[in-house]
Design a protein around this ligand. Sequence first.
Ligand code: AMP
Length: 389
Amino acid sequence: MLNIALFGPPGAGKGTQSEFLIKKYNLFYISTGELLRKELAAGTKLGMQAKNIIEQGGLVSDEIIVQIIEKTIKTNSDANGFLFDGFPRTYIQAYILEGLMIKLNSSLDALISIEVSEEESVKRLLHRAKTSGRSDDNEKVIRNRLKEYREKTLPVLNFYKEKGNYIAVNGMQPIPKVTEDIEQIINDLLSKKLLNIVMFGHPGSGRGSLGKALAEKYKLEFVATGTMLDEEIKKGSKTGKKIRKLYESGQLVPDEIVIPLIERKIKNSKNVRGFIFKGFPRTLVQSYILDGLLKKYDSYIAKIFEIKVDTLELIRRLDKRSKTDAAMPYDSSTEKIVKRLQEHEDKTVPVIEKYKETHDVTVIDGTPPFNEVLENISKEIEASFKNLK
Ligand code: AMP
């Protein structure tokens, strides 16, 4: 989800900018002012309670605001994200918004404040008054709305300054320039939201080729630790030489070597929408390492797949692969295949069990033809993009 609050005095251009943003980022628009005007026009009890206050340019009670916002959020909880205009308008409403976001299992990504001077705000509102037809667009009420803004709404900024997600935009610039600045801010926010996926499955289940195909389809970076170690050997780097020695003596490559390689990959990947991990984490220790590593980059595992294929079919596939160029060193004899399957049972299955307690692990039937399995996983991934916190 992408949740943004547009902030600024009346007349800052929040409505104008919203029109563009909701289209571009497919967000659900919530303007408390607009919702109140609808209640008023429909003559509801809520509308009648708010009528006098709106007409005098005062702020409607937080109780009324909670009711209209909660109703709108609840009926649109499957949205890509929300764009709030004119909310939060009091310090209390900032807490309310936090609570509403928790309910959605999400958070507010940023409060974007369109900053304009008070004189400019009055000038724009008086100009708008000529055509808006709004009963609160006249000088006396405008002055009162600005007073309310100064006294009750401006302190909201401190809430977000303390939280670290307040971003200011110069609203005195021409409209297209303000739009451009906001677009830049949102694109930066989006680039930090990574869809990280872990692919589990026995050797031969297809997790490698599926992972690669998915990475290409969704602009994700494919992180296959086995391949990374091989690449290091090929490069002949110092680490590569160490890995070769370990391989030759039949030892496992320790985490101290694997982890920096993964971290380097994460750090150096620009413009990716997330990572797909294959062959990692393989042990419980590595699962804690991955959580810690992603947390360091303000991210988390968003989706876990377990590709299930019946054991006999796995052996059939691995045996077939052993006769092709794609053969892995562990495919070369029945004994090796069994050993590798056993290792997966002993070390990796407990990792999957651990994740089942904390994450939503999606089991995918890996038996159907490749494209069908790919299609089934793709549907899940598309839903996950929507649910990114
Ligand atoms: P707007 O369309 O955002 O300028 O809002 C018009 C009027 O609706 C305001 O002057 C307030 O009286 C009322 N209003 C809108 N949003 C809120 C809010 N979040 N809290 C309190 N009153 C609000």
